[in-house]
Design a protein around this ligand. Structure first.
Ligand code: PLP
Length: 384
């Protein structure tokens, strides 16, 4: 199998697995227990918090461990709304992950107002529109750092400055950005940031939420006093330890992400563009994650391509999602102004430090041949 779908999820790094395993069987103490067996688990949780803080360049006390990126996203918005109940307006974009979009739609049905910002054909944001959208009653602006489909990067530093100058809370969904690009929270006035372990070689079901130490916060999960009374629920110690190790490894692999992984992505993308006619890159070619390539392949149906590539051992993603049996073109590609046909003919390839030159070479043999096959099949259907 060749795994080119690292924005969907990633392989657990063997070093991460090694450090987490003892907390599943030998060190199974509850971090809240008063005896030393529990305290050892509590210490491991605090070490992990320091490791994640080092990656983001923030204070460990600014981090709350959560169960997933979705929980971190939901918690931020809910906190902003609860802190100042008179503010009933949110600003976000049309290309966010469903963890933001579906939540905002739900809030809109409950009486909140949402402004949905557009993007241009490169997937880029217009900062003047953002500035114009923020009102006195805006509770929060939520904009993603990196788009999961195209890899497009929003100018988060500038966005954060605008929100600060307008006195509005700013949340960024950095689930796809953390571990792939350098993030320095010491330099940017962000109130909330979400990250998720399974995108950076930690297990699924563990994530974190950064809350700036000067930002008022109300918990979403109310229960025990865990996470300094900011998130009820017994800590997932093993996965927290794993996230800490994954963050430490990500910090030391950042250079590689931006050189070797980017070189693999570029070689792959150029290889496809050189050998296959009528292929275009979706999204900005410079302002994007180093690991992501989203390609529009004319005359090809991405679901058919996925099946064919699956048979040939390649995992990647389609620019459409199956919702209740019908193929919906990607909301991200549609927001960029692309036609349904272009969206339905788009594939996302996303790489990681575990990919090799040999896999890229194999991909460049298998994928162009698969595109040829599908194109000739659809020509046959048209001729028949
Ligand atoms: N936000 C973005 C941009 C994502 O890509 C994802 C996962 O695909 C999420 C949020 C949700 O993260 P999780 O799967 O940990 O809930």
């Amino acid at each position: 199998m060749i795994y080119f779908d690292n924005n969907a999820t990633t392989q657990i790094d063997p070093a991460v697995l090694e450090v987490m395993l003892p907390y599943l069987h030998v060190q199974y103490g509850n971090p809240s227990s008063a005896y030393s067996f529990g305290k050892r688990a509590a210490r491991a949780v605090e070490t992990a918090r320091e490791q994640v803080a080092a990656l983001l360049k923030c204070e460990p006390t600014e981090l709350i461990f959560t169960s997933c990126g979705t929980e971190s996203d939901n918690t931020s918005i809910q906190s902003a709304l609860m802190i100042d109940p008179d503010r009933k307006h949110l600003v976000t974009s049309k290309v966010e992950h469903s963890a933001i979009i579906k939540h905002a739609e739900t809030l809109a049905r409950r009486g909140y107002e949402v402004t949905w910002l557009d993007v241009d054909s490169d997937g880029m944001l217009d900062l003047d529109s953002l500035e114009g959208a923020i009102r006195d009653d805006t509770a929060a602006v939520s904009l993603m750092w990196a788009n999961n489909e195209t890899g497009a990067l929003f100018p988060i530093e500038a966005v954060a400055e605008i929100c600060r100058s307008k006195g509005t809370l700013f949340h960024t969904d950095a689930v796809q950005a953390v571990g792939k690009i350098d993030i320095n929270l010491g330099n940017i006035p962000i109130n909330f940031l979400s990250l998720s372990g399974h995108k950076l070689h930690a297990p699924k079901g563990i994530a974190a939420l950064y809350v700036n130490r000067r930002t008022r916060f109300t918990p979403y999960l109310i229960g025990g006093g865990q996470e300094n009374k900011r998130r009820g629920g017994t800590e997932n110690t093993a996965s927290i330890v794993a996230l800490g190790k994954a963050a430490e490894l990500a910090a030391s692999a950042l250079q590689e992400e931006n050189s070797r992984v980017k070189a693999l992505r570029d070689r792959f993308e150029q290889g496809i563009l050189d050998t296959v006619a009528f292929v275009q890159v979706n999204g900005h070619r410079e302002h994007r994650l180093p690991n992501t390539s989203n390609l529009a392949i004319e005359g090809v149906d991405s679901e058919g391509m996925l099946l064919l590539l699956d048979q040939r051992g390649i995992c990647c993603s389609a620019g459409s999602a199956c919702t209740a049996g019908s193929l919906e073109p990607s909301h991200v590609l549609k927001a960029m102004g692309y036609s349904n046909d272009r969206a339905r003919g788009s594939l996302r390839f996303s790489f990681s430090r575990f990919n090799t030159e040999a896999e890229i070479a194999q991909g460049l043999e298998i994928i162009p041949a698969a595109i040829d096959r599908l194109r000739s099949m659809s020509r046959g259907v048209l001729a028949a």
